[in-house]
Design a protein around this ligand. Structure first.
Ligand code: B12
Ligand code: SF4
Length: 549
């Protein structure tokens, strides 16, 4: 693209040039100011063209934040283009695609999952086309802003919800009335003044991606590990107009709605109206995801939930910890008994898929107290238990405990906790691997018959033993192929719980059959060492198989 040698000092040089120099270069005749002449940019810039870009965690996640900014760009919208990328794309290719649009302003949505990649993109962009104004926004740059490398490369950072402030800043840049400060705080937005973004989900988005929607913004709770604890309240969008938007999406063929409201069941009357809206439009392929607080399911809401058919509802239920002292430390108000009763009720009376979250590494948590939380949650039988490791989110109040609990966080994304005063690094690693294997074995649903037999009534300890055995044996927590995983679990059971082995093998055979893997179960190496026993076993299984058929 550029014949210009890559000189990283250029970016720094550019930042030292005053804002007004650059705006003149851009807006008057597109030639660089005298001070930049020897680094003449090879990239042409179309007057007032805006690109809104972000790097999503995966293709399936469409960015709602960018669509809000785009929806509220008023007269500037016609000259704006959204460009979404995924984190696997090389920075240089992203830059190339952005430059192809010839923008004069590029806004980047910056999040914990893309901070490294976006920093690379912005630094490259500023070398190749220093005259382009780069505006950053999003939760990752909204706190501890000055300390971040990416901010050095940017022209502006707009912290907070920028639905309206991005428009105002672009207008100021275009009118050459740019603000002097680099870091600007967005004013709180009145939801009633916002244009809805949903029409900017394309038909391709509707077909292939998760559609994020929000009926409210903010959270009234104050769990200190979470960024939403900084919100003062949960503010609803006007329900009728919101549902009208959902109806348009539905009429266009959308069937996969992911509600990102922090607490969907906060206002029960609203939750019920939303439920009723979808019940009235029920189809076989409708899929709804909600984040709910577990201790607030009044009878009226339960009656509605029970009416939904199979495979339609998914609930993300934050438990985080059942340990009262840890809950107090992080300011999380949760009625544990009610939460457990409700989880059990949901499993017994609805077909909702429950995805329950626990976090390890919270201040005051020990391996033993975490084990208790896991065991209690396991007894409630959610289909999935998401085991998260505490992360240091910029701006989250949990940071206040850093000294008292000797919280040591990874300085690099995802800023995960490495040790606390109660959990050493080695233990943290054990739980990290436990979480990874749990995803593969527990949450995948591939071991539905065998896993309960392995775990019996001591789930945490038995799974920890399994996890440690798997890691000792393979040295891997990723890229274990499925057939091998069935073999490994059989072998681990033989080594760790020999008395259960025979029963577990039979259950694994059922799970294996459900997996639809091609090779016959009898070819699996279900014993670790004894080859002759394997042969006998395979013969035995083959005979049993013949009897069955
Ligand atoms: C969808 C989502 C995801 C998706 C990813 C989506 C994607 N695009 O790829 C998935 C499920 C993968 C995900 C994962 C995680 N997530 Co998440 N996620 C969300 C969620 C629920 C919705 C985001 C959203 O659309 N919000 C609605 C829009 C309107 O708000 P917004 O995105 O913040 O955008 C506004 C502003 O930020 C700003 N803005 C945004 N872009 C831009 C661009 C410019 C130029 C400007 C000026 C402003 C600006 O203006 C927008 C409009 O007001 C939020 C919680 C929430 N309700 O916001 C958490 C959230 C973003 N996630 C969070 C976290 C911590 C995680 C995880 C680390 C959780 C974990 N597993 O431990 C992982 C990381 C994944 C990874 N691979 O590393 C944190 C963010 C922390 C951070 N600093 O980025 C949030 C805020 C949750 C929280 N309350 O703590 N997440
Ligand atoms: S964890 Fe959930 S309930 Fe707690 S502050 Fe965050 S969004 Fe609100």
């Amino acid at each position: 693209m550029s014949s210009q040698p890559v000189d990283s000092s250029l970016a720094i040089k550019h930042i030292n040039v005053t804002e007004s120099d650059l705006s003149l270069a851009n807006k008057v005749d597109l030639s660089p100011p005298a001070s930049l002449e020897q680094h003449e940019s090879p990239v042409s810039v179309e007057s007032d063209k805006i690109v809104l870009a972000t790097i999503n965690a995966k293709y399936i996640h469409a960015s709602l934040g960018l669509r809000y900014l785009y929806a509220n760009l008023k007269e500037l919208q016609a000259n704006c283009e959204i460009k979404e990328f995924v984190i696997q794309t090389r920075a240089i290719d992203i830059v190339e695609q952005i430059l192809a649009a010839k923008p004069s302003i590029v806004g980047f949505g910056v999040y914990i999952w893309n901070i490294v990649e976006t920093t690379n993109v912005v630094s490259l962009l500023k070398v190749i086309a220093p005259e382009i104004k780069v505006v950053l926004g999003g939760p990752e740059v909204s706190y501890e802003t000055e300390q971040q490398t990416i901010v050095e490369y940017a022209d502006y950072v707009l912290t907070g919800a920028a639905d309206i402030s991005f428009y105002q800043l672009c207008r100021d840049i275009i009118n050459r009335t740019e603000p002097e400060q680099k870091i600007l705080k967005s004013k709180p937005v009145a939801l009633t003044e916002l244009e809805y973004p949903y029409q900017y989900y394309s038909d391709e988005d509707l077909q292939n991606r998760l559609l994020y929607v929000e009926a409210s913004r903010g959270c009234p709770f104050k769990c200190e590990f979470c960024l939403s604890s900084l919100d003062t309240a949960s503010n609803p969008f006007e329900l009728e107009s919101f549902l009208a938007q959902m109806d348009i999406l539905y009429q266009r063929g959308a069937r996969n709605f992911k509600f990102i409201d922090r607490t969907f069941n906060l206002n029960i009357a609203t939750s019920i109206k939303i439920m009723q809206f979808f019940l009235d439009r029920m189809t076989d392929d409708l899929y709804l995801h909600f984040e709910v607080v577990p201790d607030h399911l009044p009878r009226k809401l339960k009656e509605f939930l029970a009416q939904f058919p199979d495979d339609c509802l998914q609930f993300e239920v934050g438990i985080q910890t059942f340990e009262p002292q840890v809950q107090a430390n992080i300011n999380r108000k949760q009625n544990n008994a009610k939460s457990k009763d409700n989880l059990i009720w949901l499993r017994q009376n609805t077909s909702a898929h429950i995805h329950a979250d626990l976090i390890f590494g919270l201040p005051g948590e020990t391996l033993e107290s975490f084990r208790d939380s896991f065991n209690q949650l396991y007894q409630c039988k959610p289909q999935e238990i998401q085991l998260g490791i505490l992360k240091r989110l910029k701006g989250s109040p949990i940071i206040r405990h850093t000294q008292a609990f000797d919280l040591r966080f990874n300085p690099l994304p995802p800023f995960n906790i490495l040790s606390t005063n109660l959990v050493d690094f080695a233990t943290m690693q054990l739980v990290n691997r436990f979480a990874r294997y749990w995803d593969m074995i527990g949450n995948s649903g591939r071991f539905k018959h065998s896993l309960p037999q392995i775990l019996s009534d001591n789930p945490f300890d038995e799974f920890m033993a399994l996890s440690n055995w798997l890691f000792d044996e393979t040295g891997q927590t990723h890229q274990i192929n499925l057939k091998r995983l069935y073999e490994l679990i059989s072998q681990a059971t033989e080594a760790l719980f020999p008395t259960k082995h025979q029963a577990v093998i039979s259950a694994i055979e059922q799970d294996y059959a459900a997996s639809k893997l091609k090779s016959h179960f009898s070819t699996l190496k279900v014993f670790a060492e004894d080859k002759s026993e394997i042969k006998t076993q395979s013969k035995l299984l083959q005979r049993q198989q013949r009897h069955k058929s």
